[in-house]
Design a protein around this ligand. Structure first.
Ligand code: BGC
Length: 348
């Protein structure tokens, strides 16, 4: 179902367009063309409750007044690029900075802050497209991005990203949904997480990689065996620098977008489980350390740690680290960028 929100205008003067998908088991998922944003996923539970899985705002306009990137499609390069620059042909290439001297999530007018066109939709899928011109946020070349969301009968949200470039450019598209499987108003750190990674990337207090990939063994960063986010919260220096978990994990090489998961998340009340599958090499775990003040669904504000983001991506600042053990984030003309991530929800 496509619904223009006539009462509110986006910064380009036109109404926001919302699309709601529904599957035969009664789950619904809603998306918005502004930022190709994932607004909502409502799962029917075994006790008859209809539970919202995602953090979100009361209305489309409120999404313009938050810096948490709630549910947004992030690009051209999700996460940080140090000093907002990289090298092309051994020459420095400058991007538009938006976090001090660094660039975060594609720059001040990244893909989260743009009108995407809806190219097709039906009961269980919606596709968006965006044209990003040469020089957009400092990036080289024209780029066309596509993101498709599919709601399957078995409660998967499949997100398929594609991009084409006409000049060599780093591309890293992700979705920035925050999950709270217990619903709004609960501390997301009570959720249990399992993450299939044995190395994470240490970062400085700006979130910029500051050391080599490091083993999670014997640290609070280890989620190979399920544990709550609360269990080892702030227990090590790496977390203390950034007020909690805000780190990229290099996934086991066997993880994929179909049947070998990257992560599982369980609600504290044991009624919901979510499984993440991805073709991306890394997953950013962010425990919502700076969510304070973000508009919530009921007209109030979220507190810190109200939701957890699990963002599929290349490691942060990869354009400046060609030797890290992952495929290249640099996309050539004619080559095409493809990435797929699945969030599957289970009512237990
Ligand atoms: C980053 C955080 C940032 C958040 C919202 C996450 O992906 O890792 O450092 O605060 O996005 O901007």
């Amino acid at each position: 179902m496509l619904k223009p929100v006539d009462t509110q205008r986006a910064p380009d003067g036109s109404p926001f367009q919302l699309v709601t998908l529904k599957n035969p088991s009664g789950a619904t998922a809603t998306f918005m063309d502004w930022g190709a944003t994932w607004l909502s996923f409502v799962l029917p539970l075994s006790n008859g409750e209809q539970r919202e899985m995602l953090l979100g705002c009361q209305d489309p306009e409120s999404y313009l007044h938050q810096s948490a990137y709630l549910g947004a499609t992030v690009g051209r390069y999700a996460n940080r690029i140090a000093r907002a620059q990289f090298q092309i042909d051994c020459k420095p290439h400058l991007l538009v900075a938006n976090q001090g001297v660094h660039q975060l999530h594609g720059g001040p007018e990244g893909f989260h802050a743009r009108r995407w066109s809806i190219t097709s939709y039906s009961e269980q899928q919606v596709s968006f497209q965006l044209f990003s011109p040469d020089g957009d946020q400092g990036y080289p070349g024209d780029l066309t991005a596509e993101v498709q969301y599919v709601l399957t009968d078995d409660n998967r949200i499949e997100i398929n990203y594609k991009a084409q470039v006409d000049k060599l450019c780093p591309v890293n598209l992700t979705n920035h949904a925050y999950f709270n499987l217990d619903g709004e108003g609960h501390d997301a750190r009570q959720q249990k997480l399992q993450l299939f990674a044995e190395r994470f990337l240490p970062i400085d207090s700006d979130g910029i990689p500051c050391a080599d990939l490091t083993t999670v063994e014997n640290t609070g960063m280890d989620f190979r065996t399920p544990k709550t986010l609360a269990q080892d919260f702030l227990s090590d220096r790496d977390q203390q620098r950034v007020k909690g978990y805000d780190h990229a994990y290099l996934l086991f090489p066997t993880c994929n977008a179909n049947d070998n998961p990257a992560a599982h998340l369980w609600s504290a009340d044991q009624l919901v489980k979510m499984t993440v599958f991805t073709s991306a090499p890394a997953l950013q775990l962010y425990s919502g350390n700076f969510l304070n003040g973000t508009p919530n669904r009921s007209g109030g504000e979220y507190a810190n740690f109200s939701g957890v983001a699990l963002e599929s991506e290349f490691l942060p600042d990869s354009p400046n680290h060609g030797t890290w053990p992952q495929p290249s984030c640099w996309i050539k003309p004619g080559q095409g960028y493809h990435s797929s991530t699945v969030y599957q929800f289970f009512a237990l």
